[in-house]
Ligand binder design. Structure first.
Ligand SMILES: *[C@@H]1O[C@H](CO)[C@@H](O)[C@H](O)[C@H]1NC(C)=O
Length: 400
């Protein structure tokens, strides 16, 4: 082999500059963040989390597996949070409750879809996957597979993008938007004339596919996860690295640029974390770290103290109340799967502890929590309690 020419050297130099640019994320912890650590011992962190779970259970309607005061998709997220609590603690204390209710909802709602939303179905499928991870219950795994099979009917395949036809839709779909293929996008709703494709449905599908790939080893899930990750990467990341909301699958019109919600970035971070474990492809780790670095410092949902302000609704429930829980859950997944990235882990732990200390210091009324994490404490609300569970659970293992 001849010695490298000047061109080669220049090329290698530019390449390494690019690579260092990609990896040189600012993972420092802002000094302005409020209380980014905790000294509470493990046993206390476990009881804080279990007590918060106990405080939402009186709202459970066992006939439907749902909770008074919150919606169907949010109820699915309560089950995910409870299953994750048991997984983090290493117990099956809440197993019968979680398994029975995930079975109930599956029996009542075909493919976990109650109202005609693919994201609803996937929230519950992810509850079933968390339950499977915690308890190894095979029925839960089969509910998740069934839901994945159903939602797969609403993905734009490469062939669909080429032909501008999606078998479940009655309009011409865009092959590309802004020069990038629409393959991998997942329609928000099954309805034949609904044109919306969004990051949350596509991110849920990416994440569900990646978990199923990890569990089963079946490459069809890996392929699906990669295609949907590529869709979000190509279409829905803004210049700051934050995940945007939606794109119209017919005419490429976009959601307003100020529609920035924590859960879109959170679900993408979770999906990429699992996908990186499955594929060992560093591009997904790099993109995950890039998204984390942007999202935990975004002024779209927090001030300089770092406490999330999104979904602070003291008098009534709304969808936004549940978003920040999804974000924190995704951050914990990134933490747990990157044991050797010390800077990333300190940043993630600090961010979760900021939220943890806000809940406990500013928003707590015994074991119940306001959805306004700056406080003040208030009487119990189901939605405030829902929003707290992932923080209280994540704090169990993110601290040592
Ligand atoms: C704490 O919760 C109880 C029960 O929900 C309620 O009666 C009380 O007013 C709450 N305290 C504050 C300070 O809001």
């Amino acid at each position: 082999m001849p010695p490298p020419t000047g061109g080669h050297i220049l090329f290698i130099h530019v390449l390494s500059l690019l690579l260092s640019f990609v990896s040189a994320q600012d993972l420092s912890v802002p000094t302005s963040w409020r209380k980014p650590s905790t000294s509470r011992p493990l046993s206390e962190r476990i009881s804080i989390s279990q007590d918060a779970i106990n405080s939402i259970l009186p709202q459970l309607d066992s006939a439907t597996a749902e909770f008074n005061g919150i919606g169907y998709w949010q109820a699915g997220n309560v089950w995910t949070a409870i299953a994750n609590h048991d997984y983090f603690v290493g117990t099956d204390k809440n197993k019968a409750l979680v398994v029975n209710n995930l079975n109930t909802a599956f029996k009542l709602n075909a493919h976990y879809d109650k109202y005609g939303y693919n994201d609803d179905a996937l929230w519950w499928a992810q509850g079933a996957l968390s339950g499977y991870r915690a308890y190894k219950d095979q029925n839960l795994l089969s509910h998740a597979v069934d839901t994945w099979n159903e939602v797969t009917n609403y993905v734009i395949t490469e062939a669909d993008a080429q032909s501008q036809k999606q078998p479940k839709k009655n309009f011409a779909i865009a092959s590309t938007c802004n020069g990038a293929t629409m393959a991998g996008g997942v329609f928000w709703r099954p309805t034949a004339d609904d044109q919306g494709i969004n990051s949350i449905t596509t991110g849920l599908y990416l994440s569900t596919s990646a978990f199923l790939a990890e569990i089963t080893g079946d490459p069809k899930y890996t392929k699906a996860a990669v295609l949907s990750a590529q869709w979000i990467k190509a279409h829905n990341i803004n210049a700051d690295g934050i995940i945007l909301d939606s794109v119209n699958g017919h005419d490429c019109t976009r959601s307003p640029s100020n529609w920035l919600f924590t859960y879109n970035s959170g679900k993408f971070i979770e999906g990429l974390s699992v996908l990186a474990s499955v594929t060992k492809d560093s591009q997904w780790i790099d993109l995950m770290v890039h998204t984390v670095a942007a999202a935990v410092k975004s002024s779209a949902w927090q001030g300089s103290d770092g406490i999330i302000t999104e979904g602070a609704s003291t008098t009534s429930n709304n969808d936004g109340v549940g978003f920040k829980a999804i974000f924190i859950r995704g951050l914990y997944e990134a933490f747990s799967r990157n044991p050797r990235n010390a800077n990333l882990r300190v940043l993630l732990r600090s961010y979760v502890d900021v939220q943890y200390n806000a809940l406990l210091d500013l928003a707590a009324n015994k074991s119940t929590y306001s959805s306004s994490w700056h406080g003040p404490p208030q009487a119990f609300t189901t939605w405030g309690q829902l929003a707290s569970l992932d923080v209280l659970g994540s704090a169990i293992r993110i601290n040592s």
